[in-house]
Design a protein around this ligand. Structure first.
Ligand SMILES: Cc1cc2nc3c(=O)[nH]c(=O)nc-3n(C[C@H](O)[C@H](O)[C@H](O)COP(=O)(O)OP(=O)(O)OC[C@H]3O[C@@H](n4cnc5c(N)ncnc54)[C@H](O)[C@@H]3O)c2cc1C
Length: 386
């Protein structure tokens, strides 16, 4: 990954120094815990967080408060071959008003995506456009009240509206995966849409979490469904972001955890899914969404050995904005298709997302140390060339 001249071409030296400080701070779990306590304190006393934005990691992990203000960041990355998807940071919304607002914002991101400029994607989280508890009830076939049935129809309409907008703008709408216990309801909505809208090209892409036991088989089933119903499947492959939550819930309900027991099992399922995705990418879209360098290297080797051009339009790599930039920009320099997941939204609203990133970075010591060492290396390179 190191051959590229510049590992962080889109960042100024000052921004890189700030990133180094931030990654050093969040690699310390005690500092992260203290920051979380401080955040809870601010929230409890309703103290506005805006004046403290410089200390939240917002600039590192989010690109702006609205679609327009993210433009310069996206253009800077695109200049170096890295595309983007704007990810509106508003999950677990609560009211119909919020759902309508979120749908409108996501429609804006769909209009802002420009396929001719290699900005091919938009993204939606189910819990941003529908009530989480309704997805839960629907997933266990709980009889719905009349009001719930109406709300369910509205969720279905919102997915349909977003998919149609993606189709009209010539882009792909990805649907993020969240907690496993809402996934049956999400699948119930999405599979008919895949069959309907993905006939000619991939308009809708679903996410497969490979930390869920046997979820590589779910991918296999989807590929079979695509063959039966003659459509192009779009998938984003991820390991999964809710490990602790999944385990805690299973523990509290005294049921078997749906997630793999070990990291090695998750890794093995992820590799199996990767192989399926690479084998199928002549027809179906596969988005490899990971920060794991070994997986990325494995894909590159597979492509080389099987004469799959890296610029193959059905194969994309993706990392989160502000994380593992050295992977994204190295891939782009090799000619691969890469996009960054770029969260945006008001600062206070983005805090749960920022907390997840801080916790993730503090728990993944080796990767965060690697990120820091890459940033240091780049700073040294720049100083030497100055
Ligand atoms: C572009 C992008 C989009 C994403 N979209 C989603 C999404 O829609 N839904 C979602 O859930 N996540 C999503 N994620 C997050 C993703 O699922 C991972 O949490 C994150 O990327 C870290 O995994 P990794 O493959 O990058 O790296 P690694 O460091 O190799 O893997 C870490 C992951 O391994 C798994 N793991 C760790 N320890 C154990 C253990 N003891 N037992 C079993 N499994 C373990 C967990 O899933 C953990 O997140 C996305 C990530 C990216 C980069």
């Amino acid at each position: 990954m190191k051959q590229t001249q510049s590992l962080y071409p889109h960042k100024t030296t000052a921004a890189l120094r700030s990133s180094l400080v931030l990654f050093s701070l969040i690699s310390n779990p005690i500092i992260v815990r203290l920051a979380l306590l401080f955040w809870k304190f601010l929230r409890f006393f309703r103290i506005p967080i805006h004046p403290l934005v410089g200390f939240t990691g917002y600039d590192q992990f989010c690109a702006g408060e609205n679609v327009a203000s993210c433009g310069p960041t996206l253009d800077r990355m695109l200049l170096h071959g890295v595309s983007s998807v704007l990810d509106y940071a508003h999950e677990h919304a609560q009211t119909e008003k919020d759902f309508a607002h979120n749908t409108a914002v996501i429609l804006k991101t769909i209009s802002a995506a420009e396929p001719e400029k290699k900005q091919h994607f938009a993204v939606v989280k189910p819990s941003a456009i529908g009530l989480f508890s309704l997805f839960e009830d629907k997933s266990v076939n709980k009889p719905l009240t009349l009001a719930q049935q109406r709300a369910w129809e509205s969720i279905s309409d919102r997915f349909q509206t977003l998919t149609q907008a993606a189709q009209a703008n010539g882009i792909v709408l990805m649907v993020d995966a969240e907690e496993s216990w809402i996934q049956p309801a999400v699948n119930e909505l999405l599979i008919p849409l895949l069959r309907k809208y993905n006939k000619k090209r991939v308009v809708l892409a679903v996410t497969i979490q490979l930390y869920l036991k046997d979820n590589d088989l779910h991918y296999k089933e989807l590929l079979a469904d695509a063959a039966t119903h003659q459509y192009r499947l779009g998938v984003k492959l991820v390991r999964g972001a809710y490990l602790e939550k999944e385990r805690e819930r299973a523990h509290s309900l005294a049921i078997e955890a749906p997630v793999c027991a070990t990291k090695a099992q998750t890794d093995s399922q992820f590799r199996k899914a990767l192989e399926m995705g690479l084998e199928a990418c002549h027809t179906h879209l596969c988005i490899v969404a990971t920060h794991n360098e070994a997986d990325v290297a494995c894909c590159l080797t597979y492509c080389q050995e099987n004469q799959i051009p890296l610029a193959q339009t059905n194969l994309w790599f993706s990392q989160l904005y502000g994380m593992r930039d050295f992977i994204s920009f190295s891939l782009a320099a090799k000619g691969a298709n890469v996009f960054k997941y770029v969260p945006f939204g008001p600062v206070a609203q983005a805090v749960p997302y920022l907390i997840r990133r801080a916790l993730e970075n503090s728990s993944m010591k080796a990767q965060t140390a690697r990120e820091r060492s890459m940033i240091k290396e780049e700073l040294i390179r720049r100083r030497a060339n100055a």
